[in-house]
Design a protein. Structure first.
Lengths: 293, 495, 513
């Protein structure tokens, strides 16, 4: 993806040049404006995390006393445990969910079988039910299986991946853009469907695979409502969102708010880093797929 | 037979009191989960350890202690009792919900007596439903008063709401009083003018049967006029968090639990006082408050032995010694009478302010769980009101919602019942009837004397009642009552 | 409404054309809804005939089949075993064995309890010696409903498998009669990675969806017909039972509370729905157009540091919402830093009511949502913009089109065509956008007229957050939440159906290949 090929090269006239310079200056001003607005909350969170003098929320931004106290304090709580929980579930979810989503979308894109259309329609309809409600039932099922509270991590992973087959849209859209003639040529040469997938489709699908891994990995970091159900008050089974959210409770906010900010910074680091590295694939995946719905 | 049973019961109770067999039979190791507020996790751990080492019954607890705030505990327990803590702490307003959800185990007779005698009366009432204790009082300091910044509010102004608001506005500082999101704080204005909301439970302590609520009254109107002065101020903040002092507040109404946090922020400038008075039509009203407590509950157990052991622990944790420890370490105001009497407790500045507020506060008692949701809306309603009619509408709105809690289902409204002097009753109970194709017959047969009178009425109301004059029983006997809806005919069926 | 012919239509002026299209669309809605019912009726008829045919086929298979087939009616897989298809036969037999064992050991009990949802509730007992109350728990309505539903699923699966078993016998007879050979277990295995590869690929995802999505949804729908709430949790407090349509009556009745100023649930539902739709509309389209605009600005020729601009924006995607949104929510508070800043600068006298005033709060959530949404849209549209053939622009420029004309004639139509389906999914997605509302306002400010019995409803509450509040409210009315959930489904389904019938690009999925 090269950066400059959106508008085609045109013959240069002097008039055009000045008007372009003018409009570009306006755009620069706008972009700087936007960047500032977009960055303010993050900068504030970062600054608050270094505040030492008061641990509650305050009305000013710049700390009067700087230090790493909040980060040190984090490690005296269960935060490392929550962090590991979240990281592990994000990692496993990323792997398994990617496999499932790719299986599903590849099938729906490449195979023509009797139940294909009804199945897609059925999944579309299922997606219209508010998932919020089914949480209480899933919670009970998991608690019957013993996958709640201190065993919340496997329970969470199970739920994250179990229904992930429904999120096939984007990657199906991507597979749809790979010409079918490739498969057919290979099939004529005697390859099985499995070999076609392995040898031809997958190598072409790097952007969508990375896109799927990335979105699957990011999901568990922000999940609050369901993770809160599953961990059910047991600290050792919480993820970062559930654990840290409690620091904002009435009885803890004045002693833990800066710690919350510090935790937030630590949570944001891996996800942001990963995202920035893989941004290119994200764009390719999403444009190849999402637009097709 | 009945008498024999009672005798047997009494005998067994006496027996159990004299025997130590019961105590030693509790010996064993139990794995339990305890939910307490984050603040006292470490202290509770030490206290349970202490209990393990000192109890003479041979009970050992292998306890997992989780930090679950008193606000969350009830919601969690109700979602899934099985996964909840075996012992958990909660604020008093959650009590009725928890009893209804079957999440609280009753105290045994002896434990009930001990707890009842050791704690202050209001606190004991808070843990009682019907005539049974369902929980152990943990603190008695769940009330609120005023913290203020001495540099903004001069001491001579602290008695007047209007003066404080004026000071705040002049200094562009906020007055934090949680009026829009909490019925607990909001009720204070109503208590100032003598309004009450008193709820009555049935004997089993499971359902609310009636309410005496005078919020919608001339006094209530005065209260909301006072409230309007506050919520209309651009510098009113609906919050009760100590940290507001570090983001522009000069006054925060909150409780003893904020003491350390406020002190850290304001230092020497911290002022503590009872709530101010507001003035309506030339008369002054001192703002009231709720006087509540925190409770510790034991989850119902399948195993009687474990249940007994847990009750022993809960009793220990809420006893004088543990309450004093909690006071010393975290300034939690004790509910235990002996602990309350100690000099240190008497001298604690937070508790002193609470005591100054005490004459204007009401014990919280048992309140319907939905009341908190219904009443907290008044704040927003009052803020939106444009004139006195609007304020009155806010109260009407509130009153209608309270009344709707006791409305009957359509089925109950349509059902017919017999009311009269049957069974020695004096026209108070509607005897239930069952419908078969428009013919209603009482579920049971009743022995009736000659001369007994009754009527058949619909939906426990007199709008539809038959016969026009009371039905008179002419000959004594055991009868069922039959009522034909189409004709309105009332007949007796001899059994 | 007059219907124009193609020729007449082409003669109309531009504005009239548009008007005509819109009117035609709305006029056709009743017809379309009618069409749905007709289609439903046809479906029912089709199913009835299919069942009849199946029954006839089963019967004739039994009558005309050989003894191996006849035994297979009782012992599944017997025919396969007898004809040498050992693998298939064993699998059938195993399935039958598991099914019978399950039904005898557990399934029978759950099914028998399903009509009543339990008979004996919990009992409190008193131990005299220990002076302690303890509880004996009995039937569990929740589990009865849950496992009852699972058992029904299992029975359906069994009937289907049994039918397949019979059909296979019939086929096998036919194949053998024509002198061909039956497939061996090895052939079966091979076909699973080749012509039956889709079955292999989908078996795992579909099982997951069945157990963790379909089953809970069926359960949720059933809960709407019970009185499951905090005081009737089915095990610890009281049993719950079937109540028929009562909950729907409560929710859809406009006059539930006699006393004047209290809103009925139906009125509250109407208000929340109206705001939900409004929110979804603004959240979708503000993001869409502003996101596209930002993408175009960044991609404009001559703008440097493209990567940097993108990276800054993308941060909002990468940082979990529970951190960023909670912080933003505090920034807008009455004593938050935004009000503080404005007051310090002397621009305002008193704090702006970002979260206190209903209209302000609604606008603030929409604006905050732009902050979250633009980066996604920026990424998506960047790619699409690059795909627009550049010669289109070139020829437009040669024709003397200004940038605005280029945008309305080339960019926008192209974008709308390509992203039509995305707009629909993001519209329905926004209707159920729990996180943004819950973390930003929690629904505040409260709507005083709405009934509080089901949790307090606020002006920024969406149906989905209201539903959540109902389950968390004082009475934990799960049954009411289920009713709301079903209604949400109905609304979303209706919207999607209408849009699907209008949008051309969704129907033709092959267009892009």
């Amino acid at each position: 993806m090269s950066e400059n090929n959106v508008t085609a090269p045109v013959k240069r006239h002097m008039g055009l040049k000045t008007s372009r310079a003018l409009s570009n200056t306006a755009i620069y001003a706008l972009l700087i404006c936007i960047s500032v607005i977009w960055l303010i909350p993050f900068v504030c969170i970062l600054l608050q995390s270094f505040r030492v003098e008061l641990k509650g929320p305050v009305g000013y931004v710049l700390p009067k006393q700087w230090g790493f106290d909040n980060y040190i304090a984090l490690f005296k709580t269960d935060f490392p445990r929550w962090y590991v929980n979240t990281f592990v579930s994000a990692l496993i979810t990323a792997v398994l969910q990617t496999i499932i989503v790719l299986c599903m979308s590849y099938t729906l894109s490449r195979f023509r079988f009797k139940m294909r259309k009804p199945l897609m329609r059925f999944m579309l309809i299922l997606g219209m039910f508010p998932g919020m409600l089914t949480m209480i039932i899933l919670y009970r099922v998991l608690s019957d299986l013993g996958l709640t509270q201190e065993n919340a991590v496997p329970g969470l992973i199970l739920v994250y991946i179990a229904s992930s087959g429904m999120g096939y849209y984007v990657s199906k859209g991507f597979f749809d853009t790979i010409p079918k003639s490739l498969d057919e040529a290979a099939r004529v040469d005697g390859a099985t469907r499995f070999q076609v997938l392995k040898k031809i489709i997958l190598p072409l699908s790097k952007p969508i695979v990375i896109y799927t891994i990335l979105t699957a990995f990011m999901g568990p970091w922000g999940d609050y409502v369901f993770a809160q159900y599953i961990s059910f008050g047991t600290s050792s089974g919480m993820n970062v969102a559930v654990g840290m959210y409690r620091w904002l409770n009435h009885d803890q906010i004045s002693s833990s708010y800066t710690m919350f900010c510090a935790g937030g910074v630590l949570v944001a680091i891996p996800v942001t880093a990963l995202f920035l590295c893989l941004q290119k694939y994200y764009v390719e995946g999403v444009t190849g797929g999402a637009v097709k719905g | 037979m009945k008498k024999f049973l009672v005798l047997l019961l009494a005998a067994m109770m006496v027996f159990s009191m004299f025997t130590t067999a019961s105590a030693s039979s509790l010996a064993g190791t139990y794995d339990i989960t305890v939910w307490v507020a984050n603040e006292i996790v470490d202290l509770t751990k030490a206290q349970i350890e202490e209990f393990n080492n000192t109890n003479e019954m041979g009970i050992k607890f292998n306890a997992t202690i989780e930090a679950v705030s008193e606000a969350d505990a009830a919601t969690q327990m109700i979602t899934d009792v099985a996964a909840g803590g075996d012992i958990f702490c909660f604020a008093q307003d959650q009590f009725a919900r928890l009893v209804q959800a079957g999440a609280l185990a009753k105290l045994g007779a002896r434990a009930g007596e001990t707890v009842g005698a050791a704690n202050s009366a209001g606190v004991v009432a808070a843990a009682t439903a019907g005539d049974t204790l369902y929980a152990y009082p943990l603190t008695a300091d769940n009330g609120y008063f005023m913290y203020y910044d001495k540099t903004v509010i001069p001491e001579e102004h602290i008695d007047s709401l209007e003066a404080i608001i004026a000071d705040c506005e002049a200094a562009q500082k906020y007055f934090a009083f949680e009026m829009q999101t909490s019925a607990w704080y909001l009720a204070s204005f109503f208590f100032a003018t003598g309004c009450v909301s008193e709820w009555t439970m049935d004997e089993a302590g499971k359902e609310f049967v009636s309410v005496r609520d005078t919020f919608n009254s001339p006094e209530g109107l005065i209260a909301v006029k006072g409230m309007k002065k506050l919520v209309d101020s651009p510098f009113h903040l609906s919050s009760s968090q100590a940290s507001e002092f570090s983001s522009g507040a000069a006054v925060v109404v909150t409780g003893t639990w904020s003491y350390t946090a406020v002190q850290e922020i304001l230092g020497e400038n911290m002022g503590v006082a009872d709530l101010p008075s507001f003035e309506v039509d030339g008369q002054s009203y001192h703002i009231g408050s709720f006087n509540g407590c925190k409770l510790m509950g034991v989850k119902p157990q399948v195993d009687a032995v474990k249940a007994a052991a847990l009750h022993q622990l809960a009793q220990y944790l809420t006893g004088e010694k543990c309450q004093l420890e909690r006071f010393e370490k975290h300034a939690w105001g004790p509910s235990n009478l002996n602990a309350q009497a100690s000099d240190a407790v008497q001298a604690n500045p937070g508790l002193v302010a609470l005591n100054a507020q005490a004459p204007y506060s009401l014990p919280q008692g048992q309140i319907h769980g939905s009341w908190w949701d219904i009443a907290k809306v008044i704040g927003d309603d009052v803020k939106a009101a444009k004139d006195e009619a609007g304020l009155q509408a806010a109260l009407d709105n509130y009153y209608n919602k309270i009344a709707a809690l006791f409305t009957m289902t359509a089925e109950e409204k349509n059902a017919w019942g017999v009311i009269g002097s049957i069974n020695g009753d004096v026209w108070t109970i509607d005897l239930p009837m069952t419908n078969t194709d428009g013919v209603w017959v009482t579920d049971e047969a009743y022995a009736m004397e000659a001369g007994v009178e009754f009527k058949v009425r619909q939906g426990k109301a007199w709008d539809n009642a038959f016969p026009a004059d009371n039905f008179k029983v002419e000959a004594a006997g055991t009868y069922k009552v039959q009522f034909t809806e189409a004709t309105g005919a009332v007949e007796l069926i001899a059994q | 409404m007059k219907k124009y012919t193609d020729l007449e239509f082409l003669k109309l002026s531009k504005g009239k054309k548009f008007l005509y299209k819109i009117t035609r669309f709305f006029c056709s809605i009743p017809q379309k809804i009618l069409g749905i019912f007709v289609a439903l009726w046809n479906l029912i008829k089709k199913i009835a005939f299919a069942v009849k045919d199946e029954a006839a086929d089963i019967f004739s298979t039994f009558v005309h089949g050989d003894w191996k087939t006849k035994v297979s009616f009782l012992v599944m897989g017997f025919g396969n075993l007898a004809r040498g298809q050992i693998l298939r036969g064993l699998l059938f037999l195993l399935f039958e064995g598991v099914f019978i064992a399950y039904m005898v050991l557990a399934g029978g009990y759950w099914m028998s309890m399903l009509p009543s949802l339990g008979k004996v509730g919990p009992e409190e007992k008193y131990d005299f010696i220990l002076d302690t109350y303890y509880t004996v728990y009995n039937d569990n309505s929740f589990k009865i409903l849950l496992y009852g539903v699972l058992t029904i699923f299992f029975i359906i699966a069994f009937i289907y498998t049994w039918r397949v078993n019979i059909r296979q016998n019939k086929m096998a007879e036919k194949i053998l009669a024509s002198g061909k050979k039956l497939k061996s277990g090895k052939d079966d295995m091979r076909s699973l990675v080749d012509d039956q590869f889709h079955k292999t690929l989908m078996s795992l995802p579909l099982t997951g969806i069945l157990i963790f999505t379909v089953m809970p949804i069926v359960f949720m729908i059933l809960v709407a017909f019970t009185n499951y709430d905090g005081a009737h949790d089915g095990y610890y407090s009281n049993l719950f039972g079937w109540v028929g349509m009562d909950n729907f009556n409560t929710m859809l009745n406009w006059n539930v509370n006699s006393g004047g100023s209290v809103q009925s649930y139906a009125a509250t539902f109407g208000e929340v729905l109206a705001w939900t739709l409004m929110w979804a509309f603004f959240a979708t389209f503000t993001n869409y157009f502003l996101g596209m605009f930002v993408a175009m600005a960044i991609n404009k020729k001559g703008i440097n540091l493209k990567k940097l601009w993108r990276t800054v924006l993308v941060m909002t995607i990468a940082i979990p919402q529970f951190i960023s949104l909670l912080y933003v929510s505090k920034m807008f508070a009455k004593n938050g830093i935004i009000n503080g800043f404005l007051m310090n600068m002397g621009w305002i006298e008193q704090a702006l009511p970002f979260w206190e005033d209903p209209t302000w709060a609604r606008i603030t959530v929409i604006i905050t949502n732009i902050w979250i949404g633009i980066p996604y849209l920026m990424l998506i549209t960047t790619g699409i913009l690059m795909n627009i053939p550049s010669d289109l622009y070139e020829s437009a420029r040669i024709d003397g089109a200004n940038p605005w004309q280029q945008y309305t004639k080339i960019t926008l139509p192209y974008m709308l065509f390509v992203t039509g389906p995305y707009l629909l999914t993001s519209f329905t997605g926004n209707m159920n956008n729990f996180n943004v509302i819950y973390l930003l306002t929690g629904g505040a400010p409260t709507n005083p007229a709405a009934s509080s019995a089901a949790g307090t409803v606020g002006y920024t509450d969406l149906l989905i957050t209201w539903l959540f509040k109902i389950t968390q409210g004082a009475e934990s009315q799960y049954y009411l939440a289920s009713v709301v959930g079903i209604l949400v489904f109905v609304v979303v389904a209706l919207i999607s159906l209408v849009v699907y019938n209008v949008l051309p690009s969704i129907k033709n999925e092959e267009d892009f290949q």
